[in-house]
Design a protein around this ligand. Structure first.
Ligand code: VGL
Ligand code: ZN
Length: 214
């Protein structure tokens, strides 16, 4: 699969709190970094997302007193999994992993900053109606295809990929460039969602150098 100038690499939430030692550590989360570094030079354009919650965010179990992380609650917009406090604005856990080196990134899209709505997708918040603005940005930039890598495969990567495809972009998830919070519980469902939506899965080794800029 050859990359083109109309492709963009969307690097999802490679932040300290999602890596080993972090507040919501994804098993082997930091293993995505060398894969991302390998594929990034094949792209003309790279965008980063950053989970970016205020203290007391509605997705934090600690905001409810009696709830524990990974329980589900019903919020106004539907079921919401509760998480340990993570990616709090301005804290070290919210920073990108120090080994991630992508100075060429053209946009850092922050999400999850509304106190009462969580945001797994880089396109829509979990109410499925509040846009982040990414669709308009990508469209205005003339991108046609979105490649995704990062954390977590079963949450932000999953929902971002589905929404990218629904927004009309060709969408490819680079499977070896992702790690999951709980793959055993979610793999079959994600595969089915991707197939139904028309999201493709590929691997970093399938990518080759871009065609020259016209
Ligand atoms: C994420 C859970 C909570 C993610 C963010 O980046 O996948 N997961 N917040
Ligand atoms: Zn979050």
């Amino acid at each position: 699969m050859q990359t083109t100038p109309h492709d963009v690499l969307l690097v999802v939430d490679v932040q300290n709190d999602f890596c080993p030692g972090g507040a919501l550590a994804v098993p082997e989360g930091d293993a995505v970094i060398p894969v991302i570094h390998r594929v990034a030079p094949l792209f003309h354009h790279v965008i980063l997302t950053q989970d970016w919650h205020p203290e007391g965010h509605t997705s934090f179990a600690s905001s409810y007193g009696t709830r524990k992380p990974f329980e589900q609650v019903e919020l106004s917009y539907g079921p919401q999994t509760l998480w340990p406090d993570h990616c709090i604005q301005g804290t070290p856990g919210a920073e990108f992993h120090p080994a991630l080196h992508l100075p060429q990134a053209e946009l850092i899209l922050r999400k999850g900053f509304r106190p009462h709505v969580d945001s797994y997708s880089a396109f829509f918040e979990n109410d499925h109606t509040t846009p982040t603005g990414l669709d308009g940005y990508l469209r205005e930039r003339g991108f046609r295809r979105v490649f995704l890598a990062g954390l977590a495969y079963d949450y932000c990567v999953h929902y971002s990929a589905i929404d990218a495809r629904r927004a009309g972009f060709e969408t490819v998830v680079l499977r070896d460039g992702c790690r999951a919070i709980d793959l055993a519980a979610s793999e079959a469902r994600i595969r089915a969602d991707f197939a139904e939506a028309g999201v493709l899965e590929s691997t970093s080794g399938q990518l080759s150098r871009p065609t020259p800029e016209p």
